[in-house]
Design a binder for this molecule. Structure first.
Ligand SMILES: [Zn+2]
Length: 279
């Protein structure tokens, strides 16, 4: 998971999201909200997950939709939801989106049996529209989210049945991963609030002191200061091991007090490993 400097508060959706990063952003938000719908920055996370999920589905389901052209300006979640609802059908009172893929069910022996109709994905239009209206008025701030409900999250997670997504697996399904990232968002917000209390001169004093203190600890590579993702200073003192050798460890910042856990350090190392090996 990548937490940019603005990840906790308001977040811009990149216009040129590739199909993969859309799936990733959808899955990350849906997984964290499913773990805790009041996670810090829940509204922005919901908006990001929903927008990216709907764009991925529209790119698959609507030929010629601007979602299929990453260079085009991307429409809002509300607009894409309307576009999808317009091509969906209502089955037993639920708006369902066709997938042009066969549907299966488990038979009495637990074997997959192909059904004679296509797979349909539930699109909870009314709930999602209502959630967009609520979350967009409350997207700012670092406090715990109050506007996202478990019913909103269920509607968001239901989209994962679409063949363009199907991403809530592997680490996104792992309770430990989810818990660690929910906790990290709270820790991030706590440190950012603390940083706001410091005057510029106090920040400068701490940066200088950290350089002094960490620079003199050259007896171990692990103790090289690392850049803090919250305050941006090279002031993180290592408190853990470097599993992958990318100099990303559990660490505590001398300036803003942000504390990166072992699990978050491991996941960041994993991300770099993945990019280095597979991209
Ligand atoms: Zn810091």
């Amino acid at each position: 998971m990548s937490m940019g400097g603005d990840a906790v508060g308001d977040q811009e959706i990149p216009a040129a999201s590739s199909a993969n990063s859309r799936r990733h952003l959808y899955a990350e938000g849906a997984a964290l909200l499913e773990e805790d719908c009041h996670v810090v920055g829940a509204e922005a996370l919901f908006d990001q997950a929903l927008t990216n999920g709907l764009l991925a589905i529209a790119a698959r389901a609507i030929p010629g939709h601007s979602a299929g052209d990453p260079t085009a300006r991307q429409p809002s979640a509300a607009k894409v939801l309307d576009d999808l609802a317009a091509i969906a059908s209502v089955i037993d009172g639920i708006v369902m989106l066709g997938t042009s893929e066969p549907d299966y069910e488990l038979d009495e022996r637990g074997m997959l049996r192909k059904l004679d109709h296509e797979k349909q994905v539930p699109l909870h239009v009314v709930q999602l529209r209502d959630a967009i209206a609520r979350t967009q008025t409350a997207r700012h701030g670092r406090g715990p989210g109050q506007q996202v409900t478990p019913v909103d999250v269920a509607a968001l997670v239901a989209l994962d049945q679409d063949p363009s997504l199907g991403t809530l697996i592997d680490h996104y399904a792992d309770r430990d991963w989810r818990r660690a990232h929910v906790d990290d968002r709270a820790e991030w917000a706590r440190a950012a609030d603390y940083l706001d209390l410091l005057s510029n001169s106090e920040i400068e004093r701490r940066v200088a002191q950290a350089a002094d203190q960490l620079g003199s600890s050259s007896w171990s590579d692990d103790l090289d200061p690392q850049e803090c993702p919250v305050c941006g200073n090279e002031a993180m003192q290592s408190t853990g091991g470097d599993d992958f050798g990318y100099r990303i460890t559990a660490a505590t910042c001398h300036v803003c007090s942000y504390r990166r856990s072992d699990r978050i350090a491991y996941d960041l190392g994993m991300d770099v490993e993945w990019e280095t090996r597979w991209k």
